[in-house]
Design a protein around this ligand. Structure first.
Ligand SMILES: [Zn+2]
Ligand SMILES: [Zn+2]
Length: 367
């Protein structure tokens, strides 16, 4: 007898055990136990992490389809106490994927269905570990999903493509030369150089029809005497771009700006990358298929326009295997005041809608 699991009940249980990136021990044990009880082949400790993979094979040959959920919560300090909170809703993604697994267990006729429960999305480390473990090497279709904040997608509606931007954190260390403050011409003031670099970035222009931004988010300069010329400054930039080629253009021009400015002042500057996450790259036909599944399962009114915002390490999968077709839908659940807020809450009654879409897509591909 097949068991159909309720995503709302599982979300309630997972919501009580929030765990930080790469520490999802209880969550992954919950996932593995649930998959095993369903009779699904289960691999744990993927790549030495808390990642879990369920595998359902069809009798006939066919494509490999991967459904992916993330499992980690976010760190907060509440009343002076450090804690983890599921403020990005990854507990709901895990619950939806487990519910989809219960419905798809006996439905895969051809090819293979991989159910990937990925750790550490928030730290942008989990997808890379899954890739290193070879999880996506044989995947032909990868489908991800995320609940959306109310500002993005209305409750009860689903957008077929979440257009995540590329994000990049770049740090510049400016090295000038110290001198007596009464003789500034004998030194190179690192603060002057850093300010010129920040101002230069504000005059870098790209096609305004694209989404992009570059902001200086940290500025640290020499802590020495107030009557000496500071020789070192460290500035950090958060960069966003709609596509990966725009981000590359961004970085190339930023490097020229930094080097040219430093040279003009007689300073040196080094750039290091503190973090990177690629932009979404979807295949039109697979995206269209997801849109059709939304309409097929929920009706025309449920289809929301494409939405965007934020980053997702899911897009490393496509970057690793460009021939793989990727899609990623956003589920409107009335999440408020917004994702990553400690008080983020939403209405779980909408979770079965997300499960319906996942199940329909898989059944159409390999059912
Ligand atoms: Zn998040
Ligand atoms: Zn998230």
């Amino acid at each position: 007898m097949s068991v159909i699991l309720d995503p709302i009940k599982m979300w309630e249980e997972l919501h009580k055990i929030p765990e930080l990136a790469m520490q999802e021990v209880k969550t992954s044990a919950y996932v593995a136990k649930t998959l095993q009880e369903l009779g699904i082949e289960t691999q744990t400790g993927i790549g030495g992490t808390t990642g879990v993979l369920g595998v359902i094979k069809g009798a006939e040959p066919g494509p490999v389809v991967m459904l992916r959920a993330d499992m980690d919560a976010l760190p907060f300090t509440i009343d002076g106490k450090e804690c983890a909170i599921h403020a990005c809703g990854h507990d709901s993604h895990t619950a939806m994927l487990l519910a989809a697994a219960s419905r798809l267990k006996d439905k895969v006729k051809k090819g293979t269905l991989k159910l990937l429960f990925q750790p550490a999305e928030e730290s942008i480390a989990g997808a890379l570990e899954m890739i290193k473990a070879g999880v996506v090497d044989d995947v032909d279709y990868a489908l991800g999903a995320h609940i959306r904040p109310i500002q993005d997608v209305a409750a009860g509606k689903i957008c077929p493509a979440v257009n995540h931007t590329a994000s990049n954190t770049l740090q510049v260390v400016v090295q000038g030369r110290s001198a007596h403050a009464a003789r500034p011409h004998l030194g190179v003031n690192a603060i002057d150089v850093a300010c010129a670099i920040v101002q230069g970035t504000q005059n870098m222009w790209f096609n305004p029809t694209n989404i992009w931004s570059m902001k200086c988010t940290q500025f640290h300069a020499d802590q020495g005497a107030t009557n000496s010329i500071p020789e070192k400054a460290v500035i950090t930039f958060d960069c966003r771009a709609q596509t990966n080629p725009i981000m590359k253009d961004f970085r190339d021009r930023f490097a020229k700006l930094v080097q040219g400015t430093a040279e003009a002042y007689g300073a040196t500057a080094t750039i290091s990358e503190l973090g990177f996450c690629p932009a979404a790259e979807y295949d039109e036909d697979f995206k269209q298929m997801v849109a059709e599944s939304i309409v097929r399962t929920q009706g025309e009114d449920a289809l929301a326009p494409a939405c965007g915002g934020g980053g997702e390490d899911f897009h490393y999968y496509k970057m690793h295997k460009p021939t793989m077709k990727a899609a990623y839908f956003g589920l409107g659940v009335g999440a408020t005041p917004g994702l990553h807020a400690a008080t983020m809450h939403f209405d779980p009654q909408y979770l079965p809608m997300g499960v319906d879409v996942m199940v329909d897509v898989v059944e159409r591909l390999i059912g």
